[in-house]
Design a binder for this molecule. Structure first.
Ligand SMILES: *Cc1c(COP(=O)(O)O)cnc(C)c1O
Length: 446
């Protein structure tokens, strides 16, 4: 069975380079055939793999080198091997006692990440199912730490470009919907820290309790990085928790240019990262780093007498004390194996390649007479639109480009205008395909 599956995935990966970036043909009959309940008796694996292959081919292909929509995910083959092993071994890593050495492997990666972001020895990292869950735990930690149990007058501050998972997290964390303050942005779409100061003091006058500011390290629309050092300063003066949402851009910290662009991130009280974006790993791999591990623990820990004895070793934590999860997949191996197998440098070079490609894309598109790309990329995301075009023109260009089958991008509303955006973050997106992609865009608009 293993050999059959390896044959299948090998073919799947090889096919990605020629596969259409999207395919919705014949979807209805396929959906109908897949709605059947499981059979009473066994089916041959080969037949089931055929079904899986058909199903996996429908929709837009996020594993395709031409996929530059939203924030591309990864799907490193070595991480899939790690998952296969982890699922078969199936040791329990929700708390430390059942599999202390496996927990240590996961901890070693988390400690490395805390160091890369300049966080102190008191910090704690956890792997989560994704950036949304990381943001949620960060907001709960900020709320608990700054407001205690009476938090209904708490307010938090974000820019208009922030990811919606922050408002969603605030809602689930029990804060009223009007707790989220939108701070205006400058011409580069970064949070305006003067406006932030004014909003905070206006709220204090009104008797509200400002407790948290969230800065984006790479926004979803344009890739803008809020002025992290300046926001950190305001947070310090105003005694707010400072959270950085680096779900898209955080891992560029591994590169020289990324560290320049992300200066100030080391001041954060908490940082959201998404290894299933910036480390090219399969979906379901998020991360949260907290400067004060105890603050994260106080916001999440509940003990139960039927659980194994709690860990008393601060270097070997019970992960369930820091997140909403108890039983979880051993997702640590998904980071540990690729990092050890390929070495950190392979990731640094891959991320550097994305930075180079984004510059190239920006210059080529902004240089084309029919297009404008107003914001030079701070990381690997370029937003652009037809020069002097309407939103309809932009939508039309998007449709034409996406129907090529060689490229798939998404759009973003920025200050009322529709922009197309190319986010280069797939480990399979290399110069040849990206050059083809920009020429396709330029010829489509012409
Ligand atoms: C992707 C993303 C999120 C949400 O993360 P998920 O892994 O999709 O839950 C949050 N913030 C930013 C900036 C993102 O790019």
């Amino acid at each position: 069975m293993g050999a059959d599956v390896v044959d299948f995935v090998t073919r799947f990966i090889e096919d990605r380079y020629d596969a259409q970036t999207s395919d919705y043909s014949g979807l209805e009959p396929l959906l109908r055939s897949l709605s059947a309940p499981p059979p009473e008796h066994a089916t041959a694996l080969g037949q089931l793999l055929d079904t899986i292959e058909k199903a996996a081919g429908k929709g837009f292909d996020t594993a395709n080198p031409g996929f530059v929509g939203y924030i591309p995910g990864g799907g490193l083959y070595s991480a899939a091997l790690a998952d296969f092993v982890a699922c078969v071994v199936n040791r329990y890593t929700g708390v430390a006692l059942p599999a202390p050495a496996l927990v240590q492997m996961e901890v070693s990666v988390l400690t490395w990440l805390c160091e890369i972001f300049g966080l102190p020895a008191t910090s704690q990292g956890v792997l989560t199912p994704g950036g949304s869950m990381s943001n949620f735990s960060a907001i709960v930690a900020a709320r608990t730490s700054k407001l205690g149990e009476r938090f209904l007058d708490g307010t938090l501050y974000v820019s208009a470009e922030v990811h919606h998972s922050i408002a969603k997290s605030a809602l689930i964390a029990g804060l009223p919907r009007d707790a989220v303050r939108i701070v205006s942005t400058d011409d580069a779409l970064r949070m305006d820290t003067d406006a932030l100061r004014q909003a905070i003091s206006a709220d204090r006058v009104r008797g509200r309790t400002p407790f948290l500011v969230v800065a984006s390290a790479g926004t979803i629309n344009s890739g803008a990085i809020d002025p992290l050092a300046d926001v950190a300063k305001v947070a310090e003066e105003e005694q707010l928790w400072f959270h950085v949402d680096g779900a898209y851009g955080g891992f560029f910290q591994l590169t020289e240019r990324g560290r320049q662009a992300l200066q100030g991130i080391e001041k954060a009280d908490s940082i959201t990262l998404d290894p299933h974006k910036g480390m090219f790993l399969p979906y379901g791999t998020g991360c949260l780093l907290a400067r004060d591990g105890e603050a994260l623990r106080r916001a999440h820990e509940v003990r139960a007498h039927y659980l194994p004895r709690p860990s008393e070793d601060p270097d070997l934590p019970d992960f369930s004390s820091f997140t909403p999860e108890l039983t979880r997949d051993f997702r640590g191996l998904r980071l540990w194996l690729p990092l050890h197998l390929h070495g950190v440098d392979a990731f640094v070079r891959a991320l550097d390649e994305k930075l180079d490609l984004a510059r190239f894309v920006h210059d080529r598109l902004d240089g084309a007479p029919e297009l404008e790309a107003p914001w030079p990329p701070e990381l690997s995301l370029v937003a652009f639109r037809p020069l002097n075009g309407t939103n309809e023109d932009a939508e039309d260009l998007l449709d034409r480009v996406n129907s090529s089958g060689r490229l798939w991008l998404s759009s973003a509303p920025i200050r009322g205008d529709t922009y197309l955006r190319m986010c280069i973050l797939s480990h399979r997106s290399h110069p040849v395909r990206i050059r083809e992609a920009v020429e396709l865009i330029v010829s489509s608009v012409a």
